[in-house]
Design a protein around this ligand. Structure first.
Ligand SMILES: [Fe+2]
Length: 295
């Protein structure tokens, strides 16, 4: 079962009592969610107007910050510049938090994308594959990561309502259930997808299995109903972190969230043996990324 560790630390550069860092590392890399109710994003009074769906262009799921420009947003130039500045401030806060709690990750915190999610977490009509109200691990079809980790920092900006998640069973338990349903990749398929620019770079076997675990979990409503799971409400203002490529998670409800993605090489982990790459290589009995990419 997914561990949920709540820590009573405050601020983006929290002072940490002895042992806190170790327990945060153990929970995070063990596939848990670390919840920080007192690590809160400060919004200026005039920024509260951004708590509205009107800033979304209606096409993209999220507003995202790419360099200094917003994507998926609509509004006047001055408003959008202010919104971009707010999202950039969160990116800096999230980087500070990760570097403070997990010093080994500090060199990588800038490799990131930041999103503002003004729309309700659920309710949009989407295909089963894009339906994030179903339990899944994150895997990106167009961005092969060859074992690289997806660390995410979230903050619930909603002043009154929780952001509610479901979390599922451990990565290894899920993988043992779903791996037998996954066929080995077709020889040559990765090269073709890369040549056609469907993927940015070559898909490794690891990517193949991760994408399939995402899909096999989401398509199976029986699995969705019956696997071990828990509902976890993230309070208004709370911040939480997890490796979203490892934690089985699903959106239940909520609106207004900031999210920071950080890509970490396996080598940055405190214990790489607990990562999905190592778990999948143990379960399949063979290396799943070309030798250099996984190191
Ligand atoms: Fe997700």
């Amino acid at each position: 079962m997914t561990e949920v560790l709540t820590l009573d630390i405050a601020g983006w550069r929290p002072s940490l009592a002895p042992g806190v860092q170790e327990s945060a590392v153990r929970a995070l890399e063990g596939g848990g969610v670390v919840v920080l109710p007192r690590v809160q994003f400060e919004m200026a009074e005039r920024e509260r107007r951004f708590l509205s769906q009107q800033w979304s262009d209606g096409r993209a799921k999220n507003v995202s910050l790419d360099g200094t420009r917003l994507k998926g947003a609509q509004g006047g130039d001055a408003d959008l510049a202010e919104l971009a500045a707010m999202v950039a401030r969160f990116a800096a806060d999230a980087a500070t938090l990760v570097a403070t709690l997990f010093p080994r990750y500090a060199p990588y915190v800038t490799r990131a994308r930041t999103s503002f999610r003004p729309q309700p977490a659920v309710g949009r009509q989407v295909s089963w594959r894009k339906d994030d109200s179903r339990l899944h691990v994150d895997a990106f079809p167009s961005r092969p990561n060859r074992g690289e980790r997806i660390l995410r920092v979230f903050t619930n900006l909603n002043p009154t309502e929780p952001r509610v998640w479901r979390v599922g069973e451990s990565f290894e338990t899920m993988a043992r259930t779903l791996l037998p349903r996954i066929k080995a990749p077709l020889p040559g398929a990765a090269a073709i997808l890369s040549a056609l620019h469907v993927t940015r770079g070559r898909r490794s076997e690891y990517d193949h299995y991760m994408l399939n675990l995402h899909d096999r979990a989401k398509e199976d409503m029986e699995y969705q109903r019956t696997c071990e799971q828990a509902v976890v409400p993230m309070p208004p203002g709370a911040t939480w972190l997890c490796f979203s490529d490892q934690v089985m998670h699903a959106a239940v409800s909520g609106q207004y969230m900031l999210e920071q993605t950080i890509h970490l090489p396996v080598a940055a982990l405190y214990d790489r043996e607990r990562a999905p790459l190592a778990i999948l290589e143990r379960l399949t009995g063979r290396p799943l990324v070309p030798a250099r990419a996984g190191s």
